[in-house]
Write a protein that binds this ligand. Structure first.
Ligand SMILES: [Zn+2]
Length: 484
C-alpha cells in the first residue's frame, strides 16, 4: 500500500491524510489455482480448484485458507477499514459483504469443512491422507463472495468494482505451518506463497476488466464476456471492473503495460511514469517477470495498493502524489510480489524497500523535481515530528521496527515506523557502507529471497554476505536504539 509519508511532507499536507525456489521456473513445484467464477453485479460466485504442492519438510493433514471476504460481513470482529477512514470508505452508509462456502471436495469427494479462526476468517479443509513433502493434494471449493458498497480493496463504488481477495487463498506457510491472519484495518494484512493461476471470469459486457495476468482468451456470450487469464508465480490475483474505463497501453520488452483510467487529464504521463518505473526497477533489481502490468485508477482512500501485476492508484490524488504512488506500487512488484514477506509481522520490509526504491527512482529521474537529499530530509522531518507528537501524547515513543500490525497503536505510528523510518534506515545504511556494498547487499537479498518469504534476519544476512558489516546497524534500527 502507499500511505502518504513523503507526499505528506513534499506537499506540506499535514493531514495523515509481492528465482525461483529450487525449480521454481517449473509449475511442477508450485501450488496451482484454477478459478471459474462470475460477477453478477453484487457477488462473485464459482468454483476454485487448488492443487496444493507441499514445498516444506512437514506433512499436512489439513489445509487452511484465508477468507478475506468475510471481514466485510455484518458482525465482524475486525473491521477491514481503520477507524480513521471508516466514514470516508462507507460514504454511502453501512454495507456488508461476506464469504460463503457451499461445498468442498478433496480428490473429488465431498468433505466436512469448517470455518473458524479468530474472526471466522479461516476455512479448514481436512485431507483424506497426509500430504508429504513434494506431494500434492487436490481440493475443489464452491465459493461466493458478497461485495459490499465500500471504497476498499474489495468493494463496489460509484466508479469501479474492486475485486481483490474475493476467493479463498491458502494461508502463507511459516516454519512448516499455515499462518492464520485476521483482516486488520491498518496496514496490509496479507501473507501468501506464490502460485500459478488460471482464472475464467464472467462479467456483464458493460464492464471493462483490468486483471492480474495476461488475457489468453475472451469470448462474448449474449450480454456476458468470459475472459481467461493466466499468471505464474503470483502472490494473489485481483481484478477491477468499470463501465468508465479507457485504456492506454505501451510495451517494455515483452511486457505489455496497460493503464486503465476514467479521470486523468494526462494519461500519457501516467503511463510513461509506470513504464519508466518498471524499466528502472527492472535494471536496478531484476527483469520484471510477468507478461502484463496493469496500472488501475480506482477510488482508494489510502493512496494505492499492490497486487501481482496489477496496482490500484487512488483516483483522488493530485498529480504529483498520483505519480509517486505509481512509482511506489510498481516497486512492490519486486518487494512484496517477487520477494515476499509476512506483511502482518514484518511490514517494514516491503514498505521500506518500496519507499527507498521510490527515492532511487527520483534520484535517477531529476525531471520529476525531487532529489535524494530532499526526500531523505523530508522523511527525517516527518519522523521527528511523529516522535515529538507521540512523546507529548504518550510520554514516550516506541520506535521498534520488528512489530506486527496489531502492535501499532495507530496508522500514524505504523506509517512512520514501517515506511518513513525504514526508508531512512536504507539511506543511512547506504551512506555507511557505500554504494557498492549497499546495492550488492540489496541484490543479494533479492536473489536469495525471490519467490520466497524474507525476514528481518535474512535482510541482515544478505548484507553481511555481501561484505557489509551491518549486523549492529540493523539491530540499532530494529530495536529502536538509533536516534534520528
Ligand atoms: Zn506500499
Amino acid at each position: 500500500m502507499r500511505k502518504f509519508a513523503f507526499a505528506l511532507t513534499l506537499s506540506l499536507l499535514l493531514t495523515l491524510c509481492g528465482i525461483p525456489l529450487a525449480g521454481c521456473g517449473q509449475s511442477g513445484s508450485r501450488t496451482m489455482y484454477e478459478i471459474d467464477c462470475e460477477f453478477d453485479g453484487e457477488r462473485v460466485a464459482g468454483t476454485e480448484k487448488v492443487s496444493f504442492f507441499n514445498s516444506t519438510d512437514n506433512t499436512f493433514k489439513e489445509l487452511k485458507f484465508n477468507l478475506f471476504a468475510n471481514a466485510f460481513r455484518k458482525g465482524a470482529k475486525y473491521s477491514p477499514i481503520s477507524a480513521q477512514y471508516y466514514h470516508q470508505a462507507y460514504k454511502w452508509g453501512d454495507s456488508f459483504g461476506g464469504a460463503e462456502i457451499s461445498a468442498v471436495r478433496v480428490d473429488g469427494e465431498e468433505v466436512e469443512f469448517s470455518i473458524g479462526g479468530e474472526d471466522m476468517n479461516i476455512l479448514y479443509v481436512p485431507l483424506k491422507k497426509e500430504v508429504f513433502p513434494n506431494e500434492r493434494a487436490a481440493v475443489e471449493i464452491d465459493f461466493a463472495a458478497d461485495i459490499a458498497k465500500v471504497i476498499a480493496r474489495t468493494g463496489i463504488n460509484a466508479d469501479t468494482v474492486n475485486l481483490a481477495n474475493f476467493y479463498p487463498i491458502l494461508c502463507g506457510i511459516e516454519n512448516g505451518s499455515f499462518y492464520e491472519c485476521v483482516y486488520y484495518g491498518s496496514g496490509d494484512p496479507f501473507f501468501s506463497d506464490v502460485a500459478d493461476y488460471t482464472v475464467n471470469f464472467t462479467r456483464d459486457k458493460k464492464y471493462t476488466a483490468a486483471a492480474s495476468g495476461e488475457t489468453v482468451s475472451e469470448k462474448t456470450d449474449g450480454d456476458k464476456i468470459i475472459s481467461r487469464y493466466k499468471i505464474k508465480n503470483a502472490r494473489s490475483f485481483a481484478l477491477v471492473l468499470s463501465e468508465k474505463f479507457k485504456v492506454m497501453s505501451d510495451k517494455s520488452e515483452e511486457t505489455e503495460i496497460l493503464y486503465y483510467y476514467y479521470s486523468d487529464g494526462t494519461p500519457d504521463k501516467s503511463l510513461l511514469c509506470a513504464k519508466q518505473a518498471l524499466e528502472f526497477f527492472g535494471d536496478k533489481w531484476d527483469k520484471y517477470p510477468y507478461k502484463t502490468y496493469s496500472v488501475v485508477q480506482t477510488p482508494f482512500i489510502q493512496g494505492g495498493m499492490e497486487f501481482t501485476a496489477l496496482t490500484y492508484i487512488g483516483a483522488e490524488l493530485d498529480s504529483a502524489a498520483y505519480r509517486e504512488v505509481i512509482v511506489h506500487e510498481t516497486a512492490h512488484q519486486w518487494w512484496q510480489t517477487v520477494v515476499g514477506n509476512n506483511e502482518i509481522k514484518h511490514p517494514f520490509i516491503d514498505e521500506g524497500l518500496a519507499e527507498y526504491s521510490t527515492v532511487l527512482f527520483y534520484e535517477a529521474h531529476p525531471e520529476y523535481g525531487f532529489t535524494r537529499e530532499n526526500l531523505i530530509k523530508s522523511a527525517e522531518q516527518t519522523y521527528k515530528l511523529y516522535c515529538s507528537v507521540y512523546e507529548k501524547i504518550t510520554g514516550g515513543t516506541d520506535t521498534t521496527m520488528t512489530r506486527a500490525l496489531p502492535e501499532y497503536s495507530s496508522e500514524y505510528e505504523y506509517v512512520n515506523i514501517s515506511y518513513v523510518k525504514a526508508c531512512i534506515m536504507f539511506d543511512y545504511l547506504r551512506q555507511t557502507v557505500g554504494d557498492g556494498k549497499f546495492f550488492a547487499g540489496i541484490r543479494r537479498f533479492y536473489d536469495e529471497n525471490a519467490y520466497k518469504i524474507a525476514t528481518p534476519e535474512s535482510l541482515v544476512g544478505a548484507f553481511e554476505r555481501a561484505g557489509a558489516n551491518s549486523n549492529g546497524f540493523f539491530e540499532s534500527f530494529y530495536l529502536g536504539k538509533v536516534i534520528i
